[in-house]
Design a protein around this ligand. Structure first.
Ligand SMILES: Nc1ncnc2c1ncn2[C@@H]1O[C@H](COP(=O)(O)OP(=O)(O)O)[C@@H](O)[C@H]1O
Ligand SMILES: [Mg+2]
Length: 1078
């Protein structure tokens, strides 16, 4: 959980305490332990309020990556663990956003990491400030000025392999947006004595070694140098090589950097020529030569080196040679030349070398400034980075150390002033009551050194300017007189006897109690170094050089500009420039980086408690903490404070509506923090005791755990709910899509069905139409065809005869006609007899004449019959008519009929007229007799037959007695209504009489005759012709007859053959008369 927490305060995951102000209890041990603990955990930075303590890790830590830059970018100072980037960011942002010029003051011993820190600050600012081609070039030039200056101004010392031997203050200039515009570098007092002499275990400036290792043979040759350190007197031999430093590679880096900064090729060349000349100067040696006046005069031992130097610099060899041998002193209008002895010659040589080099260095700074100068005239915001040499205490401390330590003293002074001032101002700003805190103020030491009348520097100047013999000893004497009473000044020779017996203090030394410790200075060389004399002959010789750079370095050599006034001494120059610097710094908002050296071995992981303790003491860090805590140990703006602790109180959690200050008040009341423990400033809460803060932190930690659980709970719930809602939403979406899809499908189905149905209907309609059209077309075609055929037929008919094709038909028809002809002719000869009953008929000759043949036979038969009939007489005609009538009436009805066909109807079977017996009868009948025949009359009562003569005349039917011929009954034909008979082969028949007629009195007649067919036929014909009525003839085997009043049924039955062919009649009862027929 803790790991996941985003840092919002340096209090998070803190090792020890990140801010010493919070240290509890506060004492030296706890202070060092805290630093050590943090150092062991790779936490090299610790705060005292806004001051950063930096402990040199002596190894590269992964805390300067671009990711780190991003992490610290735009974050509040106390938000993350202490880091130099936090300070840089704070400084840059207040510069950019609050328009306050800034200065970054980096202090500490030599090798404590000041230069590295300054570079880190610059690189951080470069990384976070504006981007763009132009800006990037400015940045690059600013950054690349470092390697150039380091090559010429840094050297390996016992303390530091890359010790800055000059003080550097760089102003980086920004525009209103915070984009860098350029910069100005000021350098302070290069340790030029190093050029000619280095302490044991130390080296000359890097550049000498770099040229010899890194330059090409060609280039070396041009510079008239050899690649051999031992060839040069100025290069200390014992530590020419430094571990882990690649001089050759660094040389390439320097040349590259020079190019980037903007050095022209010829300029670079000139610079290296000067460096070579300095190196070679060291090789010039002198030997004494006695002169006439008894004085020794120095002579150059080997002029070869001198010659090469002169070639290199374009100086007339004789001029230079002379300058090394003579010294011209001008006083007023006089010029006095004196010869130099060997020692003086060496002094002159070294002075020239030192001057050449230090002037070259100053020229380099000027030249770099020219390049990095801001191009615009708009108002600039400035961030100054001060990387000055650290406090130095060596075994032998000389003028340089004195100057350096003075500078550090001044810086401490400004630190004290500004820190306290700032602290006090804050309390006033915030309206908090403030009580003064005691602390050591080193103003008194500064005064010891810089006081215009009684200061050491003033005294030194006085000595230097004093006429008469001036030595370092006279200077010390003077010091002893003036400063003896000063509590920070110690000397054996002083009037005060305090140190008379102090054997640790040699007679030729004086000791100063610096804020950082006591330092013993060898007085030897103070005067010379302060004078910084270069014989005029030498500077004039240099000015005469044709080498333009060297000429420019020695403007005072120009005889036209001869200035008899002494140049200002080194001490006063330095004092002045330090004063300017301090003034400059005071106008800016200070940011402190206090570098601490953990060990003397330049080794990682070693933390020397004693060494650190010493530094802490003289840096006054504890006082710093105390001052900071005197009022209140911790302060924080209301907003971040409320933000950090608001979860500790219900009213302020989770949101406080209202001013942050009120929120914090509520919060502190709720937590029951004693009132004396805190104070409300205008914009900040001030917490007196760190314990209170830690209590708050503990509470916060506990509360955070609870909150984490709560948040986890809510988050889980939220997640589940979100997921659920999402799923629900998804489900709806899916469902709607599915529904849409289904509906679409359904719709498509319906649509396609509709289209199918539609298409079928359309198809059907179309086909119907097509059929109709086709039909119509066919009709048309048929009509056309018919017409064509008809026309064709007509035409063919018309033209047939003209065609041979028709010959066949003609032939056929002809042949047919011929055959018919032949047939008919043959038939003529084959005709059968004319008898109608002849059945013969010739055979058919051709099948196709079949019907014709039959028809012809029929026609012939009819014709033959007609012919036959034509032969008949009227008599015969009548007979046949009667026969025909009989056939119509009885054929197929009466079994007796076939037998009658062959019998001719004779009618008058009885020859009445001829038989006299019937004379009377003949008379009684005057009409023509049609039938005269004997019949049996059946007695109605018993069925017995009696013969009677039956007569039929034109109008009557008569029955007469056979014997007598007496008419027994006479019936007019009109009274005969019906004749009935059987269908059998018998001759019985009944004649029914009209009811009520005269004859009917006795009843119907029942008769039997052999000629029944003939009699019945003639009776029918006669009745028809007389009465115009058809006589009803009933043929039935059972019929009724009227006997007087009774109706008797006559029934024919099959009788036996005993009576032969004569049927027997029997009256069964009065209703039935049975006739048995054979
Ligand atoms: N922050 C750091 N990280 C790693 N090494 C450092 C750091 N600061 C200093 N050093 C090491 O210490 C050496 C001396 O530091 P430097 O800044 O030159 O000291 P100073 O300028 O105070 O004399 C550097 O050369 C480097 O090796
Ligand atoms: Mg340094």
């Amino acid at each position: 959980m803790a790991k996941m927490e985003v840092k919002t305060s340096l209090l998070d995951d803190m090792i020890g305490v990140g801010d010493m102000v919070l240290l509890e209890p506060l004492n030296e041990d706890s202070f060092i332990n805290n630093l050590k603990k943090r150092f062991d955990h790779n936490e090299v930075y610790t705060y005292i309020g806004s001051v950063v303590i930096s402990i040199n890790p002596y190894r590269s830590l992964p805390i300067y990556t671009p990711e780190k830059v991003e992490e610290y970018r735009n974050r509040n100072f106390y938000e993350l663990s202490p880091h130099i980037f936090a300070l840089s960011d704070e400084a840059y942002r207040s510069l950019r956003d609050q328009d306050k010029d800034q200065c970054i003051l980096i202090t500490g011993e030599s090798g404590a990491g000041k230069t590295e820190a300054s570079k880190l600050v610059m690189s951080y600012v470069a990384a976070v400030c504006g981007k763009g081609a132009e800006v990037n070039q400015v940045k690059e030039q600013l950054l690349q000025s470092n390697p150039v200056l380091e090559a010429f101004g840094n050297a390996k010392t016992v303390r530091n392999d890359n010790s800055s031997r000059f003080g550097k203050y760089m102003d980086i200039e920004f525009d209103f947006k915070g984009d860098p515009l350029g910069g100005v570098i000021s350098n302070y007092l290069l340790e030029k004595s190093r050029v000619v002499k280095q302490p044991r275990g130390e080296r000359n400036f890097h550049i000498f070694y770099q040229i010899l290792s890194g330059a090409s043979e060609d280039f070396l040759c041009k510079l008239k140098l050899e690649r051999d350190f031992s060839r040069y007197n100025y290069l200390g031999l014992d530590s020419a090589k430094v571990n882990g430093v690649d001089d050759a590679a660094n040389f390439r880096t320097v040349r590259n950097a020079m190019q980037i900064v903007g050095f022209m090729d010829h300029e670079t060349q000139s610079v290296f020529e000067v460096v070579a000349a300095v190196l070679k100067l060291g090789n010039i040696e002198f030997k004494p030569e006695s002169r006439v006046n008894g004085l020794d005069e120095s002579k150059i031992k080997d002029k070869n080196e001198l010659k090469e130097i002169c070639e290199l610099t374009g100086i007339d060899q004789s001029v230079l040679e002379r300058a090394f041998s003579f010294r011209t002193v001008e006083a007023k209008q006089e010029k006095v030349s004196t010869t130099l002895n060997v020692a003086q010659a060496y002094y002159a040589r070294d002075a020239l070398a030192k001057n050449l080099y230090s002037r070259l260095f100053s020229w380099l700074v000027t030249r770099i400034n020219e390049s990095i100068k801001a191009q615009t005239k708009v108002r600039k915001k400035v961030m100054g980075v001060l990387d000055i040499y650290g406090f130095e205490i060596f075994e032998d401390n000389s003028f340089e150390q004195f100057i350096i330590n003075y500078c550090n003293e001044k810086l401490q002074q400004i630190f004290i002033e500004l820190t306290l001032k700032e602290e006090q101002e804050e309390y006033i700003r915030e309206g908090i009551e403030w009580t003064h805190i005691e602390y050591f103020n080193n103003a008194i030491i500064c005064d010891l050194i810089e006081n215009n009348q009684t200061g050491i520097l003033a005294m030194l100047d006085e000595e230097c300017l004093r006429p008469g013999t001036v030595t370092d000893d006279t200077f010390l004497e003077k010091l002893n007189q003036v400063c003896a009473t000063h509590q920070h000044f110690e000397s054996r020779m002083s009037k005060c006897s305090r140190f008379l017996n102090d054997t640790s203090l040699p007679h030729s030394c004086f000791r100063i109690q610096h804020y950082a410790g006591k330092v013993m200075y060898q007085v030897e060389g103070f005067v010379d170094k302060n004078n910084d004399l270069l014989y005029r002959d030498l500077s004039q010789a240099m000015w005469k050089a044709s080498h333009s750079l060297i000429k420019a370095l020695f403007p005072e050599g120009n005889p036209a500009k001869i200035n008899l006034k002494r140049p200002p001494t080194a001490g006063s120059q330095f004092k002045a420039s330090v004063a300017t610097l301090m003034k400059n710094l005071q106008t800016k908002n200070p940011n402190y980086i206090r570098c601490i050296k953990p060990n003397d071995k330049k080794a990682a992981h070693i933390f020397n408690d004693a060494l650190v303790c010493h530094q802490i003491r003289y840096l006054g860090l504890l006082e710093n903490v105390r001052v900071r805590r005197a009022g209140y140990a911790f302060r924080q703006a209301y907003e971040p404070c409320l933000e950090r602790y608001k979860m500790l109180c219900k009213q302020t959690w989770p949101h406080w509506r209202g001013p942050a200050r009120a929120g914090v008040e509520v919060l502190f009341n709720e937590l029951e923090i004693p009132e004396e423990e805190f104070s409300f400033g205008r914009s900040k809460i001030f917490i007196r005791n760190p314990r209170t803060l830690f209590k708050l932190e503990d509470l916060r930690k506990q509360r955070l755990e609870d909150l984490a659980t709560l948040i986890e709970k809510i988050y889980r719930g939220w997640k589940c709910r979100t997921r659920f809602l999402l799923m629900k939403k998804s489900q709806i979406v899916i469902a709607s899509w599915y529904r849409r899809y289904a509906q679409q499908k359904k719709y498509q189905k319906i649509k396609s069905s509709a289209i199918i149905v539609q298409s079928y209907i359309r198809g059907w309609k179309a086909r119907k139409l097509l059929r109709e059209l086709k039909h119509q077309k066919r009709c048309n075609e048929a009509a056309t065809v018919i017409a064509a055929y008809w026309h064709g037929t007509q035409v063919r008919r018309e033209y047939r005869k003209f065609f041979r094709a028709n010959a066949g038909r003609k032939i056929y028809e002809f042949t047919l006609q011929r055959l018919m002809q032949k047939y008919f002719l043959e038939m003529k000869n084959k005709m059968p007899s004319l008898s109608p009953i002849d059945k013969n008929w010739p055979a058919r000759p051709y099948l196709f004449l079949d019907s014709t043949h039959k028809e012809l036979k029929r026609i012939f038969h009819l014709w033959r019959c007609k012919k036959y009939r034509g032969q008949f007489t009227d008599q015969q005609k009548l007979i046949y008519e009667e026969k025909l009538e009989a056939s119509e009436l009885f054929k197929d009805k009466k079994a007796l009929y076939p037998a009658s066909v062959g019998q001719p109807f004779q009618g008058a079977y009885l020859e009445i007229s001829k038989n006299p017996k019937y004379k009377k009868l003949k008379d009684a009948v005057d009409e023509k007799i049609i039938i005269a025949e004997v019949v049996n009359k059946i007695n109605r009562a018993n069925g017995k037959a009696t013969s009677r003569i039956f007569l039929l005349t034109k109008n009557n039917v008569l029955l007469a007695d056979q014997k007598s011929g007496n008419i027994k009954s006479e019936v007019p034909l009109g009274d005969v209504t019906k004749v009935s008979m059987s269908s059998q082969n018998d001759g019985f028949f009944a004649v029914h009489l009209k009811e009520g007629s005269e004859a009917a009195g006795k009843g119907d007649f029942l008769l039997s005759s052999d000629h029944l067919i003939e009699m019945a036929t003639k009776l029918y014909r006669t009745t028809l012709s007389q009465t115009k009525q058809k006589l009803n003839i009933e043929i039935s085997d059972e019929f009724l007859v009227q006997f007087r009043q009774d109706k008797v049924c006559v029934k024919f039955i099959q009788g036996s053959q005993k009576n032969g062919n004569i049927p027997t009649c029997k009256r069964k009862n009065n209703r039935l008369l049975e006739v048995a027929v054979p």
